[in-house]
Ligand binder design. Sequence first.
Ligand code: PEP
Ligand code: MG
Length: 380
Amino acid sequence: VLGVEKTTSNIKANTHIAIDGDEGKVYVSPDSHTIEEKAEKIEHINEAKAVFIRELDLPAVTTDGHEIKIASNIELPDEVKLMQKYNSQGIGLFRTELLYMAGKEFPQEDLQTMIYSKVIRQCRGEQVIIRTFDIGGDKFSDSFEHHLEPNPFLGWRAIRIGIDYPHLLNTLIIAILLSVAVGPCSIMFPMVSSITDIQFAKSIVDQAITELQNENAVFDPNVPVGIMIEVPAAAIIADRIAPYVDFMSIGTNDLIQYTMAADRGNEKVAKWYRTYHPAHLELIKRTIDAGHLHGIWVGMCGGMASKLLAIPFLIGLGIDELSVNPSQIPLVKAIVRRVSFTDARTIAEKSMLLPTHEQVEDYLRHEAERLLPETALNFI
Ligand code: PEP
Ligand code: MG
């Protein structure tokens, strides 16, 4: 729930609150009626989910055999337990910035190596994609001098901080490289907007590899390097970017805000923040097509990847991986298992022809109602 003004200053410690993420509401000191209503809602959701949880051991394939990888987005190492519970196929996005935001000091290399190695080991051979820190925008760190910026989301954020302070990225990359020894792991860079950014990122990786080789460290230098596609500039030139990377993962949370010029955390412009806007859909299609043209896989780790209406559309565009919050895996898998690739392709093609986001959303809802069982529709 974002954009609830003055929440942190108005709500005192030890106050009871209820949060309804579907409604986007926070209830402060909820009355008994609200508590009862929310408890019923939780029960209702859990009942519907129970149906899908039974399918967790089954593969994430469409009815006609097209496979989609379903991975997890995590921020804390403890979340690995939850993803295991839901049979996640590894981690599609490990947000490292919390480590940087937790203390007054930057996390040292050995602490980072310990954390990443533990997570990778727990993933037992499944791919773990570690994203380099995305500090800035709405994520601040005490361990970091931060300038007040008039437009933080258009400002000094993520890889841009790494470009100005390469030693910070170097520590993180060395920690990742040393952790690769325990299992498969990839590096992902956020907020990339040009090939120049990618060349910088890769030079940091190459430099870290050389340093470790000089120290005779045990590690695999062939670690895949990918980027997030979350800046429209990168999506538009995805065909030129793809040859430089091993994979691309679409970050719709940011891609929408930058495409629509609507701050993702500002309630006042929430109605301009449109997942199904044709411009956003074009950028997604462009990215997937570009990746496939150059023989690399394309995933999605933004919130759109777990939207019931969006999943058949994304499958139809050819998305290879959906990375979602672990608790959403049962629903995402259930949807994948209930559509055919043939239907999904038609859905994607038809959606791409519609001129407004309302028409896309109405059409996708209509298709979801036609294709999916009632239990799934509770989650629209
Ligand atoms: C995104 O932008 O979609 C994303 C997954 O990254 P974050 O939400 O951390 O910015
Ligand atoms: Mg992002």
